[in-house]
Design a protein around this ligand. Structure first.
Ligand SMILES: C[S@@+](CC[C@H](N)C(=O)[O-])C[C@H]1O[C@@H](n2cnc3c(N)ncnc32)[C@H](O)[C@@H]1O
Length: 361
């Protein structure tokens, strides 16, 4: 008999037990509307065969569009210099956190900085002189990352994004944001602001003297304004059980977040590298947006998840929350679908059928 599982973490589990909870979920049967990607034995076997291991220096061509399943510190010295246009690094934060079998242990800020210094400078060697790097952080690790970046890169911005996940704390402010540091190798770099505009609902639809909309459009989908993105991103949703992109990886980033970075800071055909690939989000988004990718991940199960997502990306290029060349606010599913139907009647994919936030709450 199919057992109904709760779709949020039971209250008796603390936030740090999320990994344990996700594992339990994976081992049991899931609720019918749960769309979390789970690998069958044959998926795992097939995907494992596609993974790469390297034991001597390689050229970019040899590792193009691949997932390298090894410890980053073994792989780094073997990778080619000046090969990548964009690096997205989402390292373990300075928290005690289990990644499948391996636990990253929280340490003091100085030791975390020493750990960062063992790989971040190498990112400068891997980047082209025109390249950009984004490094994810939580509030605890953010200052250390900033300090190390400053030594090797031109630091251009700190983006903060609203995570909107997890329960409130009783003796502290609920932790609801993360940072992403944006830095470049030099002052000559790619940035396409027009490719990452936001489509936001107009709350106060002011008109000019002739009664015409001021800076907004009255479209079939409603009153919307196309705006420049700032360094505060509030339209994202951490992947959850009803989203087809969701996996059992404990710290998976949303495809929409990666899409914004990839579109702003690379061109079609560019080379993108992720040293802590996890469930593969960077490579998957790179593939969906016609870029090349290389990812390194130590855990074999996560590597297989990444490979499976890459297989699926061959036939489904949709990115939830990004449609018609713009990034939509949360909870605008109906409007996005209607816009998609109008622009391309055959393009409405199943991913678009699940809206960002309201199902999760
Ligand atoms: C924060 S997660 C990345 C999540 C990823 N952005 C995603 O969307 O799924 C960090 C990942 O780094 C991996 N990792 C940690 N240390 C590593 C190492 N030394 N070499 C390779 N991978 C490592 C962990 O297994 C984990 O999957």
């Amino acid at each position: 008999m199919r057992s109904e599982l709760p779709n949020s973490m039971p209250p008796e589990l603390e936030k740090d037990d999320e990994t344990v909870y996700k594992t339990l979920m994976a081992e049991r049967r899931r609720a019918p509307r749960n769309r979390t990607l789970v690998l069958s034995d044959s998926d795992r076997e097939r995907c494992a065969q596609a993974l790469r291991r390297i034991d001597s220096p390689v050229s970019l061509e040899e590792i193009l569009d691949s997932t390298i399943c090894q410890d980053l510190f073994v792989v780094l010295p073997l990778l080619p210099s000046g090969a990548f246009d964009l690096i997205v690094a989402d390292p373990p934060y300075n928290l005690t956190k289990a990644f499948n079998g391996t636990t990253f242990k929280q340490t003091d800020l100085d030791q975390y900085e020493t750990w960062l210094s063992a790989w971040l400078p190498e990112m400068h060697r891997l980047l082209k002189p025109t390249g950009s790097i984004y490094v994810c952080a939580d509030w605890r690790s953010s200052t250390a990352i900033h300090r190390v970046l400053l030594q090797y890169f031109v630091v251009r911005n700190r983006i903060s994004w609203e995570r909107e996940k997890g329960r409130g704390a009783k003796t502290n402010w609920k932790n609801n944001m993360e940072d992403i540091w944006f830095a470049t190798s030099s002052n000559d770099y790619t940035f396409h602001v027009d490719d990452v505009k936001l489509k936001r609902r107009v709350i106060a639809p002011y008109t000019d003297g002739d009664g015409q909309p001021k800076d907004w459009e009255d479209t079939e989908e409603g009153k919307y304004r196309i705006t420049h993105p700032s360094n505060i991103w509030t339209d994202l949703t951490v992947p959850f059980w009803s989203m087809p992109e969701n996996t059992d990886h404990p710290t998976q980033k949303p495809e929409k977040l990666l899409a914004r970075i990839v579109l702003a800071s690379s061109n079609p055909g560019d080379m993108i590298f992720d040293p802590f690939l996890g469930s593969g989000t960077t490579s998957v988004v790179a593939k969906k947006l016609q870029r090349h990718y290389v990812g390194v991940e130590a855990d074999r199960d996560f590597c297989c998840l990444a490979q499976r997502r890459l297989e699926l990306a061959a036939t489904d290029q949709s990115i939830q929350g990004y449609a018609g060349g713009v990034f939509w606010d949360r909870n605008t599913l109906a409007d996005q679908s209607s816009s998609r139907r109008r622009d391309c009647p055959s393009c409405v994919s199943h991913a678009a059928l699940f809206d960002d936030l309201q199902i999760a709450r």
